[in-house]
Ligand binder design. Sequence first.
Ligand SMILES: NC(=O)c1ccc[n+]([C@@H]2O[C@H](COP(=O)([O-])OP(=O)(O)OC[C@H]3O[C@@H](n4cnc5c(N)ncnc54)[C@H](OP(=O)(O)O)[C@@H]3O)[C@@H](O)[C@H]2O)c1
Length: 303
Amino acid sequence: MTSEPAPRNASNPTATAVTVIGLGPMGRALAGALMTTGQRVTVWNRTPGKADDLAARGAVLAGSPAEALGQAQMAVLCVVDDDAVASVVEQAAGSANLKGLTLVNLTADSPARTRTLADQLGTHGITLLDGAIMTPAAAIGTEATRILYSGPRQAYDEHRDLLAAFGGSAYYLGDGVAAAAIYDVALLSLFWTSIAGLTQALALTRAEGLQPEEFTPHAAAMSQLVTDLLPGLAADFAAERYSGSNSATIDSLAASLNHLRSAFTHSGVTTDVLDAISSVVENAVHAGYGADAPIRLADTLQR
Ligand SMILES: NC(=O)c1ccc[n+]([C@@H]2O[C@H](COP(=O)([O-])OP(=O)(O)OC[C@H]3O[C@@H](n4cnc5c(N)ncnc54)[C@H](OP(=O)(O)O)[C@@H]3O)[C@@H](O)[C@H]2O)c1
């Protein structure tokens, strides 16, 4: 026995092709998808007992992070946040040589934390390929999966065939390791503010005695309008074209929101969601941007 970390040996016939760490709903789905495509999978989870179904299907249960990562060429981590990723890696680094490992991190966290994680892993000779899963666990292994990746191109190219086991669409966003995290935060913000708008709308339909289902096609048409407007608005924002002359202005939006809030209040529905938007709009008006197009709000938020 030696206390030195064991050398990584790519030709070791007992080496496991891929390790999955973190067996919450998403980690279990990822491990299962890899097994479905015939990969030899080693799994580890902080709390034992979550790998029983995977073990029954033939997954190797590692006894520690070092055992799970020590012989892997590629490891998928899917835990609660990047601090947990770092904690698992530091535990493993105490007794295993992790140099040369590619860590595919499908854990959601901030762009800033992703950058510091890449630096931290780099001190152990680990390459970080970061990923953001844009679909629920139930979609993994199906055509509906959508995963964004960012980090060194070589790492993505080397492992893309293995990652194809997750199904659906994979998008490589480039060398900047934080790109997937940036898109993740931005897209989830778009998703949840849209859902928040829907909750405000549905509350009104029920308060006024309408069938929410009858409202659905009209809500879908409105969502489609947003989809149609999106490329032009993004282009205007990129070019800093904020003229309100050919579109609604922030002043007119402020007036419309006042009208909407009053209408909701009269129907007995609170306006909490609309109040948040109104606050952004009012701040822009006070800053002197009332005559600009609403896309100027993105600029005021950044400041
Ligand atoms: N679930 C989804 O549909 C979905 C969709 C898109 C993205 N994601 C992302 O996927 C990631 C995992 O999500 P999830 O839903 O599977 O589960 P989760 O509840 O976000 O995370 C649970 C996992 O993290 C582990 N964990 C927490 N703290 C840890 C620590 N300090 N050290 C080691 N392991 C630790 C847990 O281990 P224990 O069992 O020991 O507690 C468990 O395996 C998250 O970043 C989430 O945002 C999930």
